[in-house]
Design a protein around this ligand. Structure first.
Ligand code: CMC
Length: 434
């Protein structure tokens, strides 16, 4: 453990008994009370649904200050990485802890691009799915199935196999994601082209067809690369915690990432960009915004402004600012500068940022607010949005999974519960039941 001992203790008093627990410090961020011995010493658990006050692990990868709206990957602000770097550089940084030098970068890019093809039998695996299946359903299955194709990288106790599995997933998940898209629209799969950069290769696998020459648009490729950087990691969110929990049992890395993809699918997490775009389409025009704001504030209406609010950010999500600019760049490039959805989004944002309800609850636009419009303008259908999120988040999941496996203190994750069900009772024969 690298946490700092602060020398302070937290005192817990229950009735006439008291216990002390050490307070630990990280390099930045709030101090934590180490309650790992709480049950042993007191016979009590803590109760924290949604883990809002619980640090589940020690990590050196990503830091968020939600009150200030700060996001750092290995100490580097997300704004700087998105402005100056590329996605594979971010991948290297997240995995190894430092920015690569020139040789390390070209070696890493080379290793990733040599792994982009998937086993040819994977193509046949697709035939079992209905064409109208949700792409995330197919992604969960295909990524989980990688462990059935790449047996030589599933031994988690071997550092070399862990690295090979990591490279494989970063390289192959874009290929699978593009195959999922092509399958859904009935077009032939497009093989990766290793001379292209990561985002350009993905765009080509999604949008080229064998009968025409595909012209890459560098503005769209750069925008997509930036979107990947913004989504690469976000510390212990629901899907990352899912990956860590799955991995804590010793499950193979492909199965763990598939579990993360399943968790990401939900509308409160990765599915929010799809939901945000659907909401903007439902609003349709600026004059209908007040009606939706009213509904979002109504306690008796389950409607929420999708793309607003965040468990951790109680300030403007720093990724949302970059996403907003990327959205403008993409819409200008594809000639949709006056897209009515963008007008609705900008006006909705303006109103919500000044409305007492949203101000008091610190509900700001999150990354998903503008990403849906951007991806739509690039040509992706809404059902692919979360797939793109999964593609980008793969490196974060892998980095967190590896950190956990390499942590000598890691144990199987096993939360406890506050049981409120029936106490012990005896079985009654069915004839005697009421
Ligand atoms: N619209 C209207 N009211 C909201 C919204 C919203 N989008 N988000 C939160 N609130 C209200 C909520 O009703 C509650 O009010 P009250 O205190 O009166 O009961 C209060 O704000 C706190 O909300 P919460 O649900 O307790 O907060 P949470 O931290 O559990 O939830 C959230 C965070 C992101 C799930 C939630 O804000 C939400 O559902 N947002 C819409 C979905 C969304 O955009 N999700 C993407 C998250 S960012 C992508 C990612 O990192 O995965």
């Amino acid at each position: 453990m690298d946490a700092r001992k602060t020398g302070k203790n937290a005192k817990l008093t229950v009735g006439d008994k008291s216990w002390e627990f050490p307070v630990l410090g990280g390099s930045i961020g709030p101090e934590v009370v180490d309650i790992s011995k709480l049950y042993g010493q007191t016979g009590m658990f803590t109760y924290d649904p949604g883990f809002t006050s619980t640090a589940s692990c020690e990590s050196k990868i990503t830091y968020i200050d939600g009150d200030q709206g700060i996001l750092l990957y290995r100490g580097y602000p997300i704004e700087q990485l998105a402005e100056h770097g590329d996605f594979l550089e971010t991948c290297y940084l997240l995995l190894y802890g430092e920015l690569p030098n020139k040789t390390q970068k070209s070696d890493f890019d080379y290793r990733i691009t040599r792994h982009t093809m998937v086993h040819e039998q994977m193509a046949r695996f697709f035939q079992g799915f209905r064409r109208d299946a949700h792409p995330m359903a197919v992604m969960v299955a295909c990524v989980g199935a990688l462990s059935a194709f790449y047996h030589d990288s599933t031994d988690i106790s071997d550092p070399h196999q862990r690295m090979v599995a990591s490279m494989r997933m970063i390289a192959k998940i874009p290929t699978l994601a593009a195959m999922v898209y092509k399958y859904s629209i009935g077009q032939p799969f497009v093989y990766p082209k290793n001379e292209l950069d990561y985002a350009s290769n993905f765009l080509r696998m999604c949008f080229s067809v064998p009968c025409e020459e595909y012209k890459l648009n560098p503005v769209l490729a750069r925008a997509l690369d930036r979107i990947f950087i913004l989504h690469a990691d976000h510390e212990q969110n629901a899907s990352t915690s899912t990956v860590r929990l799955a991995g804590s049992s010793g499950a193979n890395p492909f199965a763990c990432i598939a579990a993360g993809i399943a968790c990401l699918w939900g509308p409160a997490h990765g599915g929010a960009n799809e939901a945000a775009l659907q909401m903007l389409m439902e609003i349709g025009s600026v004059d209908r915004i007040p009606e939706f704001i009213r509904r979002a504030k109504d306690k008796n209406d389950s409607f929420r402004l999708m793309g607003f609010g965040h468990r951790v950010y109680k300030n403007y999500d720093p990724r949302a600012k970059i996403m907003q600019k990327t959205c403008h760049d993409v819409l200008a490039e594809v000639g949709h500068k006056n897209d009515p959805l963008l007008q609705v989004a900008m006006e909705l944002e303006r109103i919500a940022l000044h409305d007492d309800y949203f101000v008091e609850k610190k509900l700001y636009p999150n990354i998903d607010f503008y990403s849906g419009i951007t991806l739509k303008a690039m040509g992706f259908p809404t059902s692919m949005f979360t797939v793109l999120f999964a593609l980008a988040r793969t490196v974060g999941w892998i980095g967190q999974w590896r950190e956990m496996i390499e942590d000598p203190e890691q144990r199987i994750g096993r939360p406890r519960q506050l049981f409120t069900g029936a106490p012990r009772r005896d079985y009654t024969d069915i004839a005697k039941r009421k």
